[in-house]
Design a protein around this ligand. Structure first.
Ligand SMILES: *Cc1c(COP(=O)(O)O)cnc(C)c1O
Length: 426
């Protein structure tokens, strides 16, 4: 067969884009070469509906071993009784949990999307807001941190079946114990969606959600630095308290309800090639090298926060505990949309983001979200954060000067040559 040069030249172009730019999208990262290479393998050819040792297809003995390895490594990372590594994405993991726990129309309570929450936590445009009855808590206008009193009051008012914590654009840690307390009071279960900070939680650099939250979900491609995918986890298995029965009418343990909800509930055949790459990434997370990496993420985020502060930028909650900052650009007289466009011209990639109580729409926004997991993987340390912040500030202060932005792009590209990305790929 002839090589598909149309597609492979685009892949090469994307590699060059990733190499030359400063990647600050907080949900992105660069997998190791071996994790990436594990994705492109013959396991993509295999149908393996079911779980290791109980499949609906023959010839699964090898993928069984590989999926079990991924499960065992994930259990070791977070000290778990149960893990499901099959969800194709974070959204799929959340869909499976809700299918396992809830009946259509049941009330759920999550962080408002416009305050840092995620679409799958009850947004009206998402299955979670269409199938269930969504309610929201928010952050304090002054503090920028989760308003736990509001969360408690809402929980008592709407009696949710499920309280969801975790966020996509929130720079602070969570008080899981406090959420569990009100959940017990109103008869709700708690799901922590740690899609963003999972890599930091894996290394105990943030509060541990597992002892307080009944169920924990995550993506595998953000701070966990694995392939694009999702996972569902339990530290302790337990009997489903809502008396939800499996399709045969039996009361089941949460682990088996979750397995059923992933397959056949929301997915068909698992992506065994991706699961192989998850196993590789989980193996890397168990090393001391990853501990060093996770600590560096936090140091870099702190250094970046200070550098932005020194230049008069405002971040929501005035700083960060994790890997990201949510900047409110209103005092700099530039919208999030414009900032994203302008920075793009200098090969600095960020995403526009609504800030809490934003007066601009989701398409325009008053803020940008900046995260350091990807640049930390490239090898940057605290001292490199100043260059990034200086470059961002210079771009935003010269937003309409095309010649300036183009010369800045040259400097950014030159700077990035210090941090080789996939040099083995030529
Ligand atoms: C990124 C994210 C997800 C969704 O992950 P996908 O893999 O894009 O579906 C879910 N929840 C939170 C909090 C996230 O940040």
């Amino acid at each position: 067969m002839q090589k598909d040069t149309a597609v492979f030249s685009l892949i090469q172009k994307e590699l060059e884009r990733q190499r030359r730019g400063i990647e600050l999208i907080a949900s992105e990262n660069f997998t190791s070469l071996q994790t990436m290479q594990a994705m492109g393998n013959v396991m993509t050819n295999k149908y393996a509906e079911g779980y290791p040792g109980r499949r609906y297809y023959g010839g699964c003995e090898v993928v069984d071993e590989c999926e079990q390895l991924a499960i065992d490594r994930l259990k070791q990372i977070f000290n778990l009784e149960y893990a499901n590594v099959q969800p194709h994405s974070g959204a799929q993991a959340n869909a499976a949990v809700m299918l396992a726990l809830l009946q259509p129309g049941d009330p759920i309570l999550g962080l408002d999307l416009s305050m840092g929450g995620h679409l799958t936590h009850g947004s009206s445009v998402n299955f979670s807001g269409k199938l269930y009855q969504p309610h929201f808590y928010g952050v304090g206008r002054e503090t920028g941190t989760v308003d736990y009193e509001m969360l408690e009051a809402k929980a008592r008012e709407v009696k949710p079946k499920l309280i969801v914590c975790g966020a996509s654009a929130y720079s602070r840690d969570w008080d899981y114990a406090r959420i569990r307390k009100v959940a017990d009071e109103v008869g709700a279960l708690v799901m922590a969606d740690i899609a963003h900070p999972a890599g930091l939680i894996a290394k105990k650099l943030l509060n541990d959600p597992f002892d307080h939250c009944h169920i924990v979900t995550s993506t595998t491609h953000k701070t966990l630095r694995g392939p694009r995918g999702g996972i569902v986890m339990l530290r302790k298995d337990f009997e489903n308290p809502f008396g939800i029965k499996d399709p045969k009418g039996n009361i089941r343990m949460m682990s088996s309800l979750l397995d059923l909800a992933v397959f056949p509930g929301t997915q068909g055949g698992p992506l065994e090639h991706i699961i192989a790459a998850k196993a590789v990434a989980f193996g890397e997370i168990l090393t001391d090298e990853f501990t060093v990496y996770a600590k560096q993420i936090i140091s870099n985020a702190q250094a970046m926060s200070k550098a932005f502060n020194d230049k008069g930028y405002k971040s929501i909650s005035d700083g960060t505990d994790n890997h990201l900052l949510l900047l409110d650009l209103r005092n700099k007289n530039i919208s999030g949309k414009k900032a994203e466009q302008v920075l793009g011209k200098a090969d600095i990639t960020v995403n526009k983001n609504m800030v809490p109580f934003d007066d601009k729409s989701a398409f325009v926004t008053s803020g940008i979200r900046v995260g350091v997991p990807a640049v930390t993987t490239r090898g940057m340390k605290e001292e490199h954060m100043q260059f990034i912040v200086d470059s961002i500030d210079a771009a935003l202060m010269n937003a309409d000067d095309e010649a300036y932005l183009s010369s800045l792009k040259g400097k950014v590209n030159e700077f990035m040559t210090q941090f080789p990305l996939y040099p083995e790929l030529g």
